[in-house]
Design a protein around this ligand. Structure first.
Ligand SMILES: [Zn+2]
Length: 345
């Protein structure tokens, strides 16, 4: 087996920094190390886990050039964060991660989750195919507990595409912020996310004939333009279902505290989860995230912060740069046996 199937296996496999480093090593070079400088396949293994090329003497760490490169967060903490991110169906919020791993600052936990999110879109992933429902919807601006139409933040227009499965049900989806609902914008959205030649099912919005022209089979549902509520959900049940799940997820796991600048990253995470909802093993999802992370270029903190303040509501404490403690710990020696009983018997 190449991924842990349970929490117990996860804990047994990744007890130390060296265990984690070796797993990354195996993910990066499953056929054995090859020097990136000179392509030489023979290397010496150094005590710190690096490889030294026998030809050009270049030294390479398994984390070099990945999102784990030069991070101050111990690998055991990264792996556990990754496990929590992958093993929970709805993921984990930055606040919950901070508490679970005793990470000193909200900012650090927030940045770790964003680094993981940033690897989820595999370059060259396959576009949607077959019969695909396409629509636009507004996401954001909602806040839990505020009724009566009070709204904070800004709504963002999002393009939604969902594969229909025969005889019923849905396949994969995509959700991406778009600047407007013009024919040109929607055409780019389709080209990025839907295989040419697919059947594109939409409402009667006037941009779709132009957006699908010559490249797609367009099936506009007459009477669907401007339809709302029950009507819209009947005509385009896939996009309706996916958008309401996404909105509920943003309000639930993330308490609606998502800035418009980072909405695209959160939607990537939602799409990643939705498209793996039938995955039999959460361990497999963990493996996929780490595999993508090991293959991904480093992400710098300043690349993550489109806007220098992290998400609304949960502001980080000022200038507390927390370095999380490693999860590699000495044995605690059954502290409960040494505790003074708080009862007399
Ligand atoms: Zn070399």
């Amino acid at each position: 087996m190449h991924y842990p199937r349970s929490l117990g296996e996860f804990q047994a496999w990744f007890r130390t920094y060296a265990d984690c480093l070796d797993y990354l090593d195996w993910l990066r070079w499953p056929e054995g190390f090859v020097c990136a400088e000179c392509a030489h396949p023979r290397a010496w293994e150094l005590a710190d886990g690096r490889h030294e090329c026998r030809e050009c003497h270049e030294r390479t760490s398994p984390t070099a050039g990945t999102i784990f490169d030069k991070t101050r967060t111990p690998l055991t903490v990264w792996f556990t964060a990754c496990w929590l991110f992958a093993s929970q169906k709805d993921g984990i919020s930055a606040l919950a991660l901070k508490r679970a791993l005793e990470i000193g600052s909200y900012q650090t936990a927030w940045a770790m989750l964003h680094r993981l999110r940033s690897v989820l879109v595999r370059p060259g992933r396959e576009r949607l195919r077959g019969d695909v429902e396409v629509d636009e919807t507004y996401v954001g601006g909602e806040e839990p507990g505020l009724r009566g139409g009070r709204q904070r933040g800004k709504k963002v227009l999002v393009g939604v595409a969902v594969e229909r499965e025969a005889p019923k049900g849905f396949g994969r989806c995509r959700m991406v912020p778009i600047p407007d609902a013009s024919a040109k914008t929607l055409r780019f959205f389709l080209l990025d996310h839907v295989e040419q030649g697919a059947k594109v099912i939409t409402d009667g919005w006037s941009s779709y004939p132009g957006a699908t022209k010559d490249l797609y089979v367009h099936e506009p549902l007459s009477g669907a333009s401007g339809a709302s509520g029950a009507d819209a959900s009947k005509l385009l049940p896939g996009v309706h279902k996916v958008s309401s799940l996404a909105k509920r997820w943003l309000l639930g796991t993330h308490q609606g505290s998502v800035d418009e600048e980072h909405l695209a990253a959160y939607l990537n995470e939602f799409v990643f989860r939705f498209n793996r909802r039938r995955s039999r093993s959460r361990g497999l999802v963990f493996y996929r995230v780490l595999e993508l992370a090991a293959a991904h270029d480093p992400v710098r903190y300043r690349d993550l912060i489109a806007n220098p303040k992290p998400d609304r509501q949960q502001r980080p404490p000022p200038r507390t740069r927390g370095r999380p403690p490693s999860l590699e710990r000495p044995r605690a020696g059954r502290p409960w046996r040494r505790a003074t009983p708080n009862y007399s018997g």
